[in-house]
Design a binder for this molecule. Structure first.
Ligand SMILES: NC(=O)c1ccc[n+]([C@@H]2O[C@H](COP(=O)([O-])OP(=O)(O)OC[C@H]3O[C@@H](n4cnc5c(N)ncnc54)[C@H](O)[C@@H]3O)[C@@H](O)[C@H]2O)c1
Length: 393
């Protein structure tokens, strides 16, 4: 485990807790006392303040990168050097160039690689995604994902150089990969339009953004991210298909509500802003955030010699979409997604929107009104005229 902070601990809680056969055998933190504290807390036999020493150990099968964004590439290169499998937290890189270098390095070395995008492994996401794959909502037209909270918990996130960006890079990466999964990871994201601003925090990066990602099939992904949202961690997805709709609320107001006068205080849930009054904890946080299913997929794939659902390639595509978003913020125009490597379909065309009614008409809509009339709205194929028929079958 490289990194002993917020996500290093969440990951460790999950990976040693769920399958009960995985172990953290070596841990690195830049301060010896932090690595020792972590080793004591989790019973880890080896701790160090040298990243390379932590990686280069016989008993290490796979390295989990839980470090600030500017250290991901250095850590990946150590895994390549010592031929260790590697799983890396999000975002993979600070930009697509970094991500591409990491992807090429692990692929050329032939080492196992996984991209730790936990939000495509939450139980709700998995159920929604399986429904989409089974055709429950038809053709996906629009996939919106929102992650907003009152801002990150450590200094480095707020430094644009170290982090690589603001709310888009930190949270947009989740939302973009959620949208991609719903729309189809083999469908090419072609261009991005994005608004971003720094509305509240005294920082150089954006603290709030909304973006649209256009896919080759004509589907649209939408991301809404903020470090200025008040009230906790808001994780919501909405997917619209031509045969159905999915609404999913991942974290707040999901059914468990507790009132407390606040006497006990303490931890409620990630980014919760209050520990008194009506509270909305999320039950099993590790599970609801997808960590358990994510590590199960990663390690099962590793043992079976297959690819996990999310690899460095996915991290690279997400970085490329975010690069286009940052360009669009500046240009105020749709910006193309530059993908030097694309492994999905090519030449996908927009789906036909004309539904046949009979040889002369297209069907616009059918409806039974509150006063009992059956209405049929049709468009004439030749004249283009819209016509209404009432009470006909
Ligand atoms: N849901 C998620 O997938 C999720 C959630 C939070 C964070 N993350 C990602 O995890 C990574 C780490 O974030 P975090 O929230 O754990 O941060 P953190 O600040 O809580 O912990 C970072 C760890 O890296 C160490 N570190 C910090 N600066 C360092 C430096 N210059 N040199 C060496 N070590 C340094 C810290 O001591 C700490 O052990 C980031 O890439 C972040 O985007 C992912």
């Amino acid at each position: 485990m490289l990194g002993t902070g917020f996500i290093g601990r969440f990951y460790t809680d999950s990976l040693i807790g769920y399958r009960s056969r995985d172990e953290v055998v070596s841990v690195y933190s830049r301060k010896m006392e932090s690595s020792k504290k972590f080793a004591d807390d989790y019973n880890v036999p080896f701790h160090t303040d040298s990243m390379e020493e932590a990686v280069d150990r016989d008993e290490v099968d796979v390295v989990c990168i839980s470090l600030p964004n500017h250290l991901h590439e250095e850590a990946v290169n150590l895994c390549v050097k010592h031929r260790k499998g590697v799983i890396c937290t999000k975002p993979l890189g600070r930009n697509a160039d970094e991500a591409l270098r990491m992807m090429r390095a692990v692929e050329e070395a032939g080492i196992f690689n996984g991209y730790l995008e936990d939000l495509v492994y939450t139980p709700k996401f998995l159920k929604a995604w399986e429904s989409v794959k089974a055709g429950a909502i038809g053709r996906v037209l629009w996939a919106k994902s929102r992650e907003t909270h009152p801002g990150p918990h450590s200094d480095w996130f707020w430094d644009k150089e170290i982090a690589g960006g603001g709310a888009i890079l930190d949270l947009g990466c989740h939302c973009i990969e959620i949208g991609r999964n719903f729309i189809g990871k083999d469908i090419r994201p072609v261009e991005v339009m994005c608004w971003a601003d720094t509305q509240v925090k005294p920082i150089d990066a954006e603290d709030h953004a909304i973006g649209l990602v256009k896919y080759e099939s004509g589907a649209i992904g939408q991301f809404e991210v903020s470090w200025t949202f008040r009230g906790g961690l808001d994780l919501r997805d909405e997917v619209m298909g031509d045969e159905g709709t999915i609404w999913s609320n991942g974290f707040m107001r999901t059914g468990l509500e507790i009132f407390t006068s606040g006497k006990s205080g303490g931890y409620i849930a990630e980014k919760a802003e209050s520990d008194s009054g009506w509270l909305f904890p999320v039950g099993d946080e590790l599970n609801e955030l997808g960590y358990n299913h994510m590590f199960m997929d990663m390690f099962n794939a590793m043992e079976n010699g297959t690819e996990p659902r999310e690899t460095f390639y996915d991290g690279y595509v997400v970085n490329a979409v975010m690069d286009a978003a940052y360009k669009s913020v500046k240009s105020k125009k749709w910006e193309p997604v530059a993908l030097d490597v694309w492994r999905g379909q090519t030449g996908v065309t927009k789906h036909d929107h004309l539904t046949e009614y009979d040889s002369d008409y297209y069907l616009v809509k059918e409806e039974i009104t509150h006063y009992g009339a059956k209405k049929l709205i049709l468009k004439h194929k030749e004249t283009g005229k819209i016509e209404e028929r009432v009470g006909e079958d």
